[in-house]
Design a protein around this ligand. Structure first.
Ligand SMILES: [Ca+2]
Length: 309
């Protein structure tokens, strides 16, 4: 009979084995789910408008592709985190890009001709490394655009994964290849970390998208205002336009307009929608969030701390 002293070791080994089997099963499940989403064209596409805060015209739309909610991917963020860790980033991005352009064009064709804005700019989220992919560089994107009747001047690549860029000199050369064709570049989530500032200085994007964490209650936070001012001054000196993301209240929108920020995006201006719905400037004093999320009367009377002070 074995000594009881060996038992904890056996239990630990058994537990490790079980965890390893469960982890493999989870990985297999996610992989199967990804395959199902791509094969079945299960991504839902939404367009969120970007508004010129100064003259209230609509600049264009950011395309957002979301997977169906499932046991494996309970939210969009977890889904894209998973994609970033697989070896299928390139293949998935290609699928996403085609889906985005195709659905943008379909949505545009559903708008009645007199109301259709031929100059709408389309913002597509792109993993920076994908731009270095030879298939992407060899004119595949240009051919795709031609099929949908979109000139490259109407397309902006939003660079999302800052950490992925290590050789900025080489990456700048890659970007100039696209710029020569007419494409423009936006740096996403600016102001959310050191690396994005480095990206901005090195890549001199045509658009800087200010992270929503900087915009939230900006009129109440001196440090956030200073950071926005800094990026605004940099943008003015380098011919870059600023887009403030995540605007959720009329106070934030009004403050940014007064500060001279050119463009804005966020629920207060226009929610992501399967159709191309133009953004509009929120009326002052209007409780923007309550409009879309009906709340009981008692709860509606409670003001968020400081927000409307
Ligand atoms: Ca984005």
């Amino acid at each position: 009979m074995k000594s009881p002293l060996f038992m904890p070791g056996i239990i630990a080994a058994w537990s490790d084995l079980l965890e390893s089997v469960q982890s493999s099963a989870r990985a297999y499940g996610k992989s199967r789910e990804l395959h199902r989403i791509v094969q079945g064209r299960k991504l839902s596409t939404f367009f969120q408008p970007i508004l010129n805060l100064q003259n209230e015209s609509c600049l264009g739309y950011e395309v957002l592709n979301r997977p169906p909610v499932s046991r494996h991917f309970p939210n969009t963020e977890l889904f894209y985190d998973y994609i970033g860790r697989t070896n299928r980033v390139f293949a998935f991005e290609r699928y996403c890009r085609e889906t985005s352009l195709e659905r943008f064009e379909e949505a545009r064709s559903r708008i009645r001709v007199p109301e259709r804005d031929p100059g709408s700019v389309v913002f597509i989220n792109v993993h920076p490394l994908v731009l270095t992919d030879s298939a992407y560089r060899s004119g595949e994107t240009a051919r795709l655009l031609k099929r949908y009747g979109l000139p490259p001047e109407q397309v902006v690549f939003e660079l999302t994964e800052k950490q992925a860029v290590t050789d900025y000199g080489e990456f700048e050369r890659v970007l100039s290849h696209y710029r020569d064709q007419g494409f423009r570049i936006a740096v996403d989530d600016a102001g959310s970390g050191y690396s994005s500032l480095k990206t901005i200085v090195s890549l001199k994007p045509e658009f800087i998208k200010l992270d929503k964490s900087l915009i939230r209650d900006l009129h109440l936070h001196e440090d956030r205002r200073r950071m926005v001012k800094l990026l605004q001054e940099f943008a003015e000196g380098s011919g870059t336009a600023i887009i403030a993301e995540g605007i959720e209240t009329s106070e934030e929108a009004e403050f940014l307009r007064r500060e001279g920020i050119e463009y804005g995006q966020g629920y207060a201006l226009g929610r992501p929608d399967p159709e191309l719905k133009p953004a509009c400037f929120p009326e002052e004093e209007r409780p923007v969030q309550a409009e879309s999320y009906p709340v009981p009367a008692a709860a509606a009377e409670i003001k968020p701390r400081g927000r409307f002070a």
